[in-house]
Design a protein around this ligand. Structure first.
Ligand code: PRX
Length: 654
């Protein structure tokens, strides 16, 4: 976030109290929220224990709520047994068997629906197929599917038999699939022939073939869902059609009752090093977080139609597409394609056609749609909407006001939800029937979550109107359990900075005079490009893999729609080209990164230079690079630079 944005956010003083009409019907009003907060303050562990008993269905009830004997490796509900897919599907069958669980629209516009009963049948069939392929409790399964019911069915089928899924976003490259398969030691990949995206077919199976051509020795089979109908290569003995096998499989499959702490999934996310981390989530604690927050923050009711636009490849798609809403017996909408296909009215048309009542999306999408003008949303009937949400990056007040005014008709609450892949579910957010809103602030920690801010030395900063590092001071059920295969990295990355006392989120935040939190951005080398997390080191590693690149430094620059854009400074091996030759090479490098990481990582700007600005001890001066990337006048002291003359060249003045 740029300084201007920070100023704009911190200067924001408008307050929007919840509308009386909304409060009257909401699950949690201000009084109830105060009671929940007081209960959690008094007995934080007991608070979560009673929710876990009340909200989840257990095969064996737990007696131990929190085991902190190996802190910061916390464990919750340790002696209980549960099955996540049972909680999301089976327990609704009696009351909601014929209710729609999923309303799906493909990008070309084909609508398919699944009732809870039908979803149960599909999940059981696939679970039986997985078992017939030898997949057992604890085995890792990589899922690389379009945003479609097949993805939810695959995730739920893994959960049903206790297999650990690792979903790879369909926009990621073959290389990303390979890295994740290898890190997780996966035995099976579930993919599709292709996915529709922005009028094209993304060839998922082709990327899997490429990934498996080199390495990935642990993979035995590839299960392929026929979706886009594109031509694919086939490897006999390894590749199997999903539809062929499920057609012959039984529609009943007993859930595998697993320990509460059994890993439900791994989800890889970027950190400060070049290698993404396999964030490991538990079964019961994770589900409780996703379930409870869906209920409190989205105020779900029996007749709601919930649309979270996030892809299942991200944590938001795990918690608020696949697990949280289904666990509450809520109908979800899934949409396969892009928001601008065929035009900028697509999201609003889907809201109208499917009768969406709760709409949850990212600021990037809001800003992009805002730019296209009011005529698109005004052409559709959005009268069923009753609640809006935002996630993934700070929402600037201007976009917030547009969302509230044009989509929310000045009356719908907006829940601006702060959380992370690691937190599993939302941590700081308004409760829509209780919290007065301030545009740009995610407001306050939800009941049961204890957030705070600390200074550079890890001391809590008491009082209001203060800024610092955002930390979580008490464990919570849906917290990550570890980094797959690297517990040391887990401890170092999230706890080590302040002596293992707090969970360190990696964000800086301001707590205003009312105790509201304003997230100011990351404190580490992580970028947020269109709401997606990318490590600067990952992009740098991708660049230096090109034969002509000797060294690269990547920084973020504020971007009107994407939040941040990627700027790379590149030092070549040999002569630095100029003119058309340089332009050609820059284009090649951009495409090279997109190919190796996926299109979201494609740099917006690449600058070729003879050197990077380094201190005499050899450290790249990133702060300086950030200023240069923004085109700012350089006022910083460059006298400590090894090579001060380089600044003019990097700024394009030479
Ligand atoms: O910087 C914060 C930002 O997104 C980061 C987490 O990214 P990821 O793990 O990809 O999860 C995104 C979806 C939960 C955070 O460290 N972030 C997320 N939500 C918000 C946010 N920043 C400001 N406001 C938010 N509501």
């Amino acid at each position: 976030m740029s300084n201007d944005n920070i100023q704009a956010v911190l200067g924001e003083s408008r307050i929007f109290p919840p509308a009386a009409e909304f409060v009257a019907k909401s699950r949690v009003d201000a009084k109830k929220m105060a009671e929940l907060r007081a209960a959690a303050e008094k007995d934080h562990v007991g608070f979560w224990a009673s929710l876990a008993r009340q909200e989840l269905s257990w095969n064996k009830p737990f007696t131990v709520t929190l085991d902190d004997s190996k802190a910061p490796n916390y464990a919750w509900f340790t002696d209980g047994r549960i099955n996540v897919s049972y909680n999301c599907i089976d327990r609704h069958l009696e009351k909601r068997g014929d209710k729609l669980a999923i309303r799906f629209e493909s990008e070309p516009g084909v609508v398919t629906t699944l009732t809870f009963k039908q979803l149960h049948g599909e999940v059981c069939r696939l679970a039986n197929v997985l078992k017939s392929l030898g997949i057992r409790k604890g085995d890792r399964v990589v899922i690389y599917l379009p945003m479609s019911p097949s993805a939810v069915i695959a995730m739920q089928a893994c959960a049903r038999i206790g297999a650990i899924h690792s979903v790879v976003f369909g926009g990621f490259s073959a290389q990303s699939v390979r890295d994740r398969v290898e890190d997780a030691g996966a035995r099976l990949v579930i993919t599709a022939d292709g996915a529709h995206r922005a009028g094209h077919v993304v060839e998922l199976k082709k990327a899997v073939d490429e990934a498996l051509n080199e390495g990935c020795k642990t993979i035995e089979k590839v299960l392929v869902y026929k979706h886009a109908g594109n031509q694919i290569a086939w490897k006999d003995g390894r590749d199997l059609w999903w539809q062929d096998l499920t057609a012959k499989a039984a529609a009943e499959c007993e859930p595998e009752w697993v320990e509460a702490e059994h890993p439900l999934f791994l989800l890889y996310t970027s950190g400060s090093t070049g290698k993404p981390k396999g964030v490991q989530h538990s079964s019961a604690g994770y589900l409780l977080g996703a379930h409870q927050t869906t209920q409190w923050l989205f105020d779900v009711r029996e007749d709601d139609v919930f649309w979270c636009t996030a892809d299942v490849g991200w944590i938001t798609g795990h918690s608020y597409v696949c697990y949280g809403p289904l666990s509450n017996g809520t109908t979800i909408v899934m949409y396969e394609g892009g928001p601008m296909t065929p035009d900028a009215g697509r999201f609003w048309k889907i809201c109208q056609d499917h009768g969406v009542t709760i709409f949850y999306t990212a600021p990037t999408a809001i800003r992009a749609l805002m730019k296209m003008g009011e005529k698109f949303p005004l052409s559709y009937d959005l009268s069923k909407l009753r609640l809006l949400g935002s996630v993934g990056e700070p929402i600037n007040p201007e976009a917030w006001i547009w969302y509230h005014h044009v989509i929310g008709k000045d009356k719908l609450p907006i829940v601006d939800t702060w959380w992370q892949t690691e937190t599993g579910s939302v941590m700081i957010s308004p409760l829509p029937g209780a919290t007065p809103l301030k545009p740009g602030s995610c407001t306050q920690p939800i009941p049961g979550i204890f957030a705070d801010i600390v200074d550079e030395s890890g001391e809590l900063i008491p009082g209001l109107d203060q800024g610092g590092y955002l930390v979580i001071t008490k464990p919570w059920p849906s917290m990550l359990r570890t980094i797959w295969g690297d517990n040391e990295r887990y401890i170092k990355a999230y706890w080590g900075q302040f002596g293992n006392k707090y969970y360190v989120a990696g964000d800086s935040a301001h707590r205003d005079k009312d105790g509201y939190y304003w997230i100011l951005g990351r404190t580490d080398d992580v970028l947020k490009v269109a709401g997606h997390r990318l490590g600067t080191m990952e992009v740098e590693s991708a660049l230096v893999a090109h034969p002509r690149v000797a060294e690269a430094a990547v920084v973020g620059r504020p971007h009107e729609i994407k939040g941040e854009a990627i700027v790379a400074f590149v030092i070549l091996k040999g002569q630095r080209p100029t003119g058309a030759e340089a332009e050609e090479l820059i284009k090649e490098l951009k495409n090279f990164v997109a190919k190796s990481m996926g299109p979201i990582a494609k740099p917006d700007d690449i600058r070729l230079a003879d050197n990077l600005p380094k201190t005499r001890s050899g450290k790249i001066m990133r702060r300086l690079l950030r200023s240069i990337a923004k085109g700012e006048e350089i006022t910083q002291d460059v006298s400590t630079l090894e090579n001060p003359a380089i600044v003019a060249q990097l700024a394009g003045k030479e």
